[in-house]
Design a protein around this ligand. Structure first.
Ligand code: ADP
Ligand code: MG
Length: 269
């Protein structure tokens, strides 16, 4: 007889739960309330963007979820476990690629396995597979200075993926790239998510990037950072670049722009 799981059926699908989280920084210039009463539930396999202007607490939220920064009050659980310190299971990608200049692309990816004490031969095979996935198979011996910005960021993404994380936290990973490289990496990222069954929390200040990539967009308002609204993006997947011409895409962009106008982030005369 099959046992029917009970009781936790509502929570098993939840990957990240942020409950009433507040973050206050105390610095030389006094206290800064970076986040106020944040509640957010992210389902397994979901792609969620956090969208908001500079300084609204996006990076702070990501750092709290990664466990790299302690919260002031509230609670965060990842896979049902309360976050109390750095969580080694997540993959993290920052805006700057933080590659080590004296290591080749492959060696940069392998850092992840060295730190974790993983099987080196297996990790190297996976690193090469990841490089192939992002079309960098011919660059494993190249040093960061020999790579373009987009290629460097691809290497960072491979490094974050080496240990097959089920959760990726990405803080404006394409923010410093030119528009065309950014388009290609967005497409690559969606394929990686599909193939690896990942949950992604993606931070951006680009309205169109958030719509293109996400299942849901969390709109944040500045000072103190609060969740203003959560918008479901009901566009079919897999998404192609042409989806940006879809009238519904324009409608989402208009709605999100209006929210920021209402918040005083955009001012038109
Ligand atoms: P965002 O990523 O949305 O641009 P951040 O999360 O970096 O915003 O910052 C949110 C607010 O918290 C800002 O006002 C910022 O100045 C402040 N802040 C961030 N980190 C620190 C810190 N380590 N010490 C003091 N204030 C900080
Ligand atoms: Mg930031």
């Amino acid at each position: 007889m099959n046992a029917i799981p009970r009781g936790d059926s509502l929570t098993t699908n939840s990957h990240i739960t942020v409950s009433d989280v507040t973050k206050v920084f105390s610095g030389r210039k006094g206290r800064v309330q970076a986040l106020q009463n944040i509640d957010l539930d992210i389902r397994r396999g979901e792609f969620v963007s956090v969208l908001g202007p500079s300084g609204c607490g996006k990076s702070t939220l990501m750092m709290l979820i990664s466990g790299l920064l302690p919260m002031s009050s509230g609670a965060i659980t990842v896979e049902g476990k309360k976050i109390k310190g750095p969580n080694p299971d997540v993959g993290i990608v920052f805006q700057r690629d933080v590659l080590l200049e004296w290591r080749s692309a492959l060696q940069n990816i392998m850092i992840q396995a060295e730190i974790r004490g993983d099987n080196m031969a297996q990790a190297k095979a996976r690193a090469r597979e990841l490089l192939r996935m992002v079309s960098l198979q011919d660059f494993e011996d190249a040093y960061p200075k020999e790579l373009s910005g987009g290629m460097r960021q691809r290497v960072s993404i491979c490094r974050a993926l080496l240990h097959k994380p089920k959760l990726m936290l990405m803080d404006e990973p394409f923010g410093a790239l030119d528009a065309m490289t950014r388009d290609q990496l967005q497409i690559d990222l969606m394929k990686i998510c599909r193939d690896n069954d990942m949950t992604v929390l993606f931070i951006t200040h680009s309205i169109s990037e958030a719509i293109f990539l996400s299942d849901r967009v969390v709109v944040m308002s500045p000072r103190p950072g609060r969740i203003e609204k959560i918008v479901d993006i009901d566009l079919p997947r897999p998404r192609r670049l042409a989806v940006r011409e879809d009238p519904r895409f324009a409608e989402y962009a208009r709605d999100l722009t209006d929210i920021f106008k209402g918040l005083g982030v955009f001012r038109e005369e």
